[in-house]
Ligand binder design. Structure first.
Ligand code: UT7
Length: 331
């Protein structure tokens, strides 16, 4: 049975950099608070001309260049996002059109901050099962158009950034290379602790002017609860995928934790007793880009840490739902 290898990763963040000082002119916050509580120094936000599927297209084109593939080599698209261009259809179809590959299937998934790991699990099953040999997996988000930029929304708005990461996945028969396991979880009892309720089909009608006024159109987050679960669930699932493969934390070249908060990553690192050189973080520059955070972080880590064929890498995610998961792979 083939395994799933990452042939190349591409990324794209919008040009516009938004600093903490810029946010503190919009709401009651400060550079010091944001750095101390989250580690974030700046993030990127799109301008009016750029949408989610545009970021995904740029990331995909970079990945295609790096892999030496043509768009027509892609046999299927898996697109993870909680912030698509439009209500429907999903951005997988818009990306399919922008890449000029009509007929290629496009699966849109939500799963928020765990979207990339959930997507990898689906693509891996397709590849192992022989349905497709070359799959494009995208995580892309435009948060900036949906933030409450007043003091009411400051706990959420200072965290999120825009960006995209695209991984080209291919079947490999090379011994010891590729995805070893993916493990996924969800616990919907916590759905309301991080959610955006409106617009939604539960409302009659689903879109109402009051939704902007009462804040229900913006993300609501019970930050401390999310934090508490993230720092226990991520180490738990990392240990579990390692155990399943008879491996230990000391075998890891790199852990790529979802970039939600630098303090979360540091606590996960401590809990797993990993050295600094075994964990890569870049939330300082991008904020939390949700489904895009793992591929953007992985792409930079591969360069910065000189990842080589055979190195063991673990991706770990936690986010709204709650959903969480991990993927273990050999580069
Ligand atoms: O992507 C996956 C899901 N998301 C996460 O994993 C995020 C998890 N949670 C967090 O990262 C943190 O909980 C936050 C960064 C959101 C908040 O940090 P915290 O250390 O948990 O702060 P807090 O919510 O306990 O708030 C502490 C204080 C409060 O003021 P009082 O009640 O002590 O007077 C907040 O109102 O900080 C206040 N506060 C702010 N102050 C300045 C909240 N947001 C801000 C802000 N600037 N942006």
């Amino acid at each position: 049975m083939p395994r799933t290898a990452i042939a190349a990763i591409g990324t794209c963040v919008p040009e516009r950099v938004v600093t903490n000082d810029e946010l503190s002119r919009l709401m009651e916050t400060s550079d010091a608070w944001i750095r101390e509580r989250t580690g974030i120094e700046e993030r990127h936000w799109v301008g009016e001309e750029t949408g989610n599927s545009d970021l995904a297209l740029a990331a995909t084109n970079q990945a295609l260049d790096r892999a030496g593939w043509k768009a027509t080599d892609i046999e299927a698209i898996v697109y993870a996002s909680l912030s698509p261009d439009f209500m429907f259809p999903g951005d997988g179809c818009y990306l399919n059109a922008k890449l000029g590959i009509p007929g290629v299937p496009a699966l849109d998934i939500r799963n928020q901050c765990s979207g990339f790991v959930y997507g990898l699990s689906v693509a891996d099953a397709w590849i192992r099962g022989g349905s497709y040999r070359r799959v494009l997996l995208v995580g892309s988000e435009v948060h900036s158009t949906g933030l409450d930029l007043t003091t009411r929304g400051r706990d959420v708005s200072v965290i999120f950034g825009d960006g995209a990461g695209a991984a080209l996945l291919e079947a490999t028969d090379e011994p010891g290379r590729g995805v070893l396991s993916c493990e996924l979880h969800a616990d919907g009892r916590h759905a309301k602790e991080l959610s955006t309720d409106a617009p939604g089909s539960r409302y009659h009608p689903r879109l109402q002017p009051r939704m902007l006024e009462d804040g229900s159109a913006f993300a609501h987050m019970e930050g401390q609860k999310v934090f508490k679960h993230a720092i226990s669930r991520m180490p738990e699932v990392v240990r579990s995928v390692l155990d399943e493969n008879g491996l230990k934390t000391t075998d890891l070249k790199l852990l790529i934790p979802h970039q939600a908060n630098l303090r979360i990553s540091q606590m996960v690192q401590r809990s797993l007793e990993l050295r600094d050189d075994q964990v890569f973080n870049n939330i300082m520059k991008y904020g939390n880009t949700t489904a895009a955070s793992i591929p953007i972080c992985l792409a930079e880590a591969v360069e910065a840490r000189g990842v080589k064929r055979g190195d063991l890498i673990c991706l770990a995610a936690f986010g709204a739902g709650f959903t969480w998961g991990a993927a273990l792979l050999r580069w």
